[in-house]
Design a protein around this ligand. Structure first.
Ligand SMILES: Cc1ncc(COP(=O)(O)O)c(C=O)c1O
Ligand SMILES: [Zn+2]
Length: 436
């Protein structure tokens, strides 16, 4: 152990060159400019890790004190995420999200076997909590004086909550006017200092990196490899929830490409450790107006595209994704692909997900719109098993939802506008009569 805080089984490894760094060094990039991975000594871990170890932690006794290894869907896998003594961990606890199935939705998508993993049911309403519990735990282990991130909203909501829990000051850089009301409200409420930058997400991202380097603040964007370690728990929970049988596909929205990278790494490691026999294929779905990764994919990654991002799905409105190279590797490991969907397709898919009683924020619906498109194109076969990820909660972006249902989208297929009427029994009876 180094200082009794981290296991000696982990290090930071550059994904481009052979350089390695100790786990207790504050560092987000290699000297060569390459992105870093948290590297686990899989050879050493193999004899200790098996399905039974993680299954044994699944059900804690009701009513007893919450502990991270038994109650968090992230720390259940801590040996392959961030091995540290339990009393160091900052956890809500997060994860353990449900897998939903709905026949009407599956029919609309054209899939015989579609499950939706609802990451919007995490403590702050998005999957970001899975990365943040690990990132803030690492910040605490390093004795950081403050933490910061640039964010399209969900990261800031999550960082604000976990920093408050750990009692570490948090600074949040958001693109002014480009984040939804629900997310801004969370950052303010949880007490983070919020800095509204006159620019887009990519400007905020550049700025926060400079500030963190200059001022010794710990950066908790998904550039930070510890965040991605936490996000690995999404596919781990999926396969464990399916009794360690991999689905054929995992379909999810892609913006800064943190999930793409984390999912690929998790599945690669899980196979290396013998937890799964087959690696599911990843389908990363981008919004057409924010699709640099899709456009690069179309050139077979010969060219790295950057765009000025514009989409209703603000959470994935990113023009120059940070984890680009890590995500390319993830596609290789998983025989994955990238697709893009229009804002109209996203909003109609969201309305369907909402209408069946599940609900999600706009970016999340890219998963469902993407699965539908890939099935229609014959890329995914209807009989193949698909797990779609709903990354954020319906309540995150009320403005986009209300707009869709009240005439903001002229071609909205599933609009459910409110009816205005006089406050009389007769008027109400007439309206309800017409509906029944
Ligand atoms: C709701 C939601 N979906 C998807 C994403 C995109 O995830 P990633 O940046 O890991 O590609 C984000 C990230 O900001 C998000 O908040
Ligand atoms: Zn390097």
């Amino acid at each position: 152990m180094i200082n009794d805080k981290w296991s000696t089984n982990i290090e930071l490894h550059c994904i481009h060159c052979p350089k390695t760094y100790p786990v207790n060094e504050v560092r987000y990039l290699c000297d060569c400019g390459g992105l870093l991975d948290v590297w686990h000594d899989l050879e050493n871990l193999r004899p200790q890790i098996n399905r039974g170890l993680f299954d044994g932690r699944l059900h804690g006794a009701p009513g007893r004190r919450v502990t991270p290894t038994t109650d968090s869907g992230v720390w259940r896998y801590q040996e392959i995420i961030l091995p540290t003594p339990v009393n160091n961990i900052v956890s809500r606890p997060e994860g353990n999200t449900p897998l939903y199935e709905h026949p009407r939705l599956s029919k609309w998508v054209g899939a015989d076997n579609l499950l939706l993993k609802h990451e919007g049911e995490n403590p702050t309403g998005s999957f970001k909590d899975r990365g943040m519990t690990v990132g803030v735990t690492q910040a605490k282990l390093m004795g950081s004086r403050a933490v910061a991130c640039a964010s399209t909203g969900n990261t800031s909501a999550s960082l604000a909550a976990y920093a408050a829990l750990a009692e570490i000051p948090a600074f949040i850089f958001i693109p002014a006017g480009k984040i939804s009301a629900g997310k801004l409200a969370q950052a303010l409420a949880y007490g983070a200092q919020t800095l509204q930058i006159q620019g887009d997400f990519d400007d905020a991202m550049n700025l926060v990196q400079q500030v963190c380097n200059e001022m010794g603040i710990y950066l908790l964007n998904s550039l930070n490899p510890f965040r991605l370690e936490g996000q690995k728990s999404i596919p781990l929970e999926i396969v464990q929830g399916l009794q360690w049988q991999s689905p054929d596909w995992i379909v999810f929205p892609a913006g800064n490409l943190g999930n793409t990278s984390a999912f690929g790494k998790a599945l690669y490691e899980a196979q290396q450790l013998g937890l799964i026999d087959k690696i599911p294929r990843l389908a990363a779905i981008q919004a057409e107006g924010a699709s640099p990764f899709y456009q690069s994919y179309q050139t077979n990654f010969a060219e790295r595209k950057k765009v000025k991002a514009e989409t209703i799905a603000t959470a994935i409105s990113i023009g120059n994704p940070v984890s680009y190279t890590r995500a390319m590797r993830a596609l290789q490991w998983t025989n994955g692909l990238v697709a893009s969907v229009t804002d109209q397709e996203i909003m109609d898919a969201k309305a369907m997900v909402d209408q069946v009683g599940i609900g999600c924020e706009p970016a999340s619906a890219a998963s469902v719109a993407g699965a539908r498109k890939l099935i229609a194109q014959g890329v995914i076969k209807p009989e193949e098993s698909i797990v779609g990820i709903l990354t954020g909660n319906l309540l995150k972006d009320p403005t986009a939802t209300v707009d869709y249902h009240t005439g903001g989208w002229p071609n909205a297929q599933f609009a459910n506008a409110p009816i205005k009427l006089e406050a009389t029994l007769e008027a109400v009876q007439k309206v309800i009569g017409r509906k029944l």
